[in-house]
Design a protein around this ligand. Structure first.
Ligand code: AMP
Ligand code: MG
Length: 320
């Protein structure tokens, strides 16, 4: 029996009873639990096989005051919240004491965002607690952007996937932290660096996604297909280098042809980065399901959302 359902009140019941379920957001599907229920939070880490040192993002309802979660909101954080919430922006702020250590991996900061998805906002309105929701996939694998992706990963390990259709943005949120009240981008994501700078001016970039000060580079591989995957600036040359293999090709807008290419996905024929971003993970899921010998992905133009897409592709193809 499928665990995919559109029943929001059942989702609310399960979460209130301390269960974990998958929920739709505009970025990717999340594996959600009550932040105040330690068992539920442990279950999230266990189901994902996510290391406990990797903190979770807290998702709050539109009408919930940020100060119920964060103890201090710098001026630029408020400006960012006003500009981009609800939306794919996560702010890392000094946490309120009530936020459990297991959610923040023992840090005195909490990552928080207001998701822009009607179904999940409706769900959050029915709950009297925020939810923690990392991506609903086994740690390190491609994030899910459709209910079916989650079902494929977890089957009956979770009780429900709340179906909200395909995720509109399609990659994870942009994460911004504060040091001495000055904003720093910790992870590129579904809001471009350019859009952030338009709202609050110049911002530093310190790519510390996964926070591994003790193990630098350890998690450079993330969001990865199980099929060997490489990035390329010259797709045709690389196809020829590997001819004879069964190859999958993923490009932004160009079309390439060769008999070794078994499946070719063009992310946006009209050349729109936003559209390409929304299709990216679904395309990787499709290619990864075909048991190919090799996936070759194009390197995107390194501006606007192309930068965020390149960040994900770099991690998807990292090999040490
Ligand atoms: P995700 O895996 O998409 O749910 O995003 C979680 C990421 O948010 C982590 O891997 C960290 O990079 C970041 N994060 C969460 N909480 C914090 C925090 N308190 N301080 C810094 N980064 C955080
Ligand atoms: Mg994730």
């Amino acid at each position: 029996m499928s665990i995919i359902s559109k029943d929001i009140s059942k989702a609310a019941q399960l979460l209130s009873a301390g269960d974990i379920i998958a929920i739709p957001t505009e970025t990717v599907y999340g594996l959600a639990g009550n932040i105040f229920n330690e068992n539920a939070i442990r279950q999230i880490f266990k189901t994902k096989e996510r290391p406990l040192f990797n903190p979770l993002i807290v998702h709050i309802a539109k009408n919930r005051a940020l100060t119920t979660v964060a103890r201090h909101v710098p001026e630029k954080a408020q400006q960012l919240a006003d500009a981009f919430w609800p939306g794919p922006l996560t702010l890392v702020l000094k946490k309120q004491d009530v936020i459990p250590d297991i959610v923040t991996a023992g840090k005195d900061t909490v990552a928080v965002r207001v998701p822009n998805h009607n179904v999940t906002q409706d769900l959050l309105k029915r709950l009297d607690f925020p939810i923690a929701a990392p991506s609903a996939n086994p740690f390190g694998s491609i994030s899910p952007t459709k209910a079916a992706h989650v079902d494929h990963y977890f089957k009956t390990k979770i009780k429900m996937v709340l179906d909200g259709g395909a995720c509109h943005k399609g990659i994870e949120s942009t994460i911004i932290g504060f040091e001495d009240d000055q904003p720093i981008i910790y992870r590129l994501g579904a809001i471009s660096l350019e859009a952030i700078e338009k709202a609050i001016g110049k911002i530093a970039l310190k790519n510390t996604d996964n926070n591994t000060p003790n193990a630098p580079g350890m998690l450079d591989r993330h969001y990865a297909p199980s099929t060997p995957t490489i990035r390329s600036n010259r797709i045709m040359e690389d196809v020829l280098k590997h001819k004879g293999k069964r190859i999958g090709v993923l490009t932004f807008m160009q079309v390439v042809q060769h008999e070794s290419i078994e499946k070719h996905i063009v992310l946006s024929k009209s050349g729109h980065l936003e559209e390409a971003m929304a299709q990216l993970y679904d395309a990787l899921h499709q290619l990864d399901s075909l048991n190919l010998d090799l996936i070759i992905t194009e390197i995107f133009p390194d501006h606007d959302l192309g930068k965020s897409i390149n960040d994900r592709l770099k991690r998807a193809t990292y090999s040490s």
